[in-house]
Write a protein that binds this ligand. Sequence first.
Ligand code: PLP
Length: 370
Amino acid sequence: MNKIPLAMPAIDEEMIDAAINALQNEMLVMGESVHKFEEEFARFIGTKEAVSTNSGTMALSLAIMGAGIKKGEKVLTPTFTFIATSNAVIHAGARPVFADISLKDYLLDPERVEERLKKGDVRAVIPVHLYGKPADMDRFMELKEKYEVSIIEDACQAHGAYYGGKRAGSIGDFGTFSFYSIKNMTVGGDGGMVTLNDEDIAEKLRSIRDCGRKGKYEHIHVGYTARLNTVNAAIGRVQLRKLDSWNEKRRHIASIYREKLKDVEEITLPPEDDEKSKSVYHLFVIRTKKEGERDELMKYLKDNGIGVGIHYPIANHMQPIYMELFGYRGGEYPNSETAAANVLSLPMFPLLKDDEGEYVAEKVREFYGR
Ligand SMILES: Cc1ncc(COP(=O)(O)O)c(C=O)c1O
């Protein structure tokens, strides 16, 4: 068996042609493909508007600004997510506060969030649809009404996922997406998108991401140069058309892993879909039950030519920069710390072949002497 990577983007001739065509025939910045990509993405997600950006982090920051959060106001994020979720809060001038995840699905726990919201000082909550699995949006929308907070969905790992028949990113006040190279869809590099239904806020965000412009040299915001490039948008349009079929392929690989690993009692498999939520398996993450075993399993799989990863090895409150900035010590968010110590991501991408998936599962079984 050849080496199997953890993840790999799918770039085909159609995307290369689209990129060349955009390069040769469009304005490189804010060309026609950018506007078309925004329209098509909004339609796909099911919102009135979509505003493209140069990264998912910037999409999150723009959403926070769009929610009207002011300097120093508090925005709640999980402690177990890619650090960009809470970095974006800081970049937007706000202050991140945290709540722990649930170990059953690694998602922000609404009960912990409610405990924190009772203090009355949080203005927005960012549930993260981690690994492609939608968070409990019904509960978060209840909390929105009860505590008057904005809900910003971090769907940077959940392009195309469903919750209650709606796409992730269409339920809260804002949805945010990343098109980094190994996400469920990419733009052939970095990129991001904010989805929303409010046209006035969309116009404001379009201005902020484009130097704060109103006209060519009239500026109504202290803006950023945070546009999505035209060539990237052209690639993104082709990727978007393929996304649903790629997600089906990911779900198929997930079903192979599940079937082959269901009797391995030493590990916990990812949560299954329920009637509400349908995951798009950005990652397939298992958790070892025995202290310290994750790293041995990781080494065994690597030695057998299998690309594995840890998403994420350090809970956010334990990141050196956050300990320095906010004085966290450890122990405050135990579920996140347990997850960080024990999770392991198996290869997952649409071009992964069935026999490769089977080989990966076999090697996990072998490690446990099955
Ligand atoms: C959950 C989550 N939030 C935010 C981001 C930030 O996106 P980007 O890397 O495009 O800035 C990412 C991806 O990297 C992510 O996985």
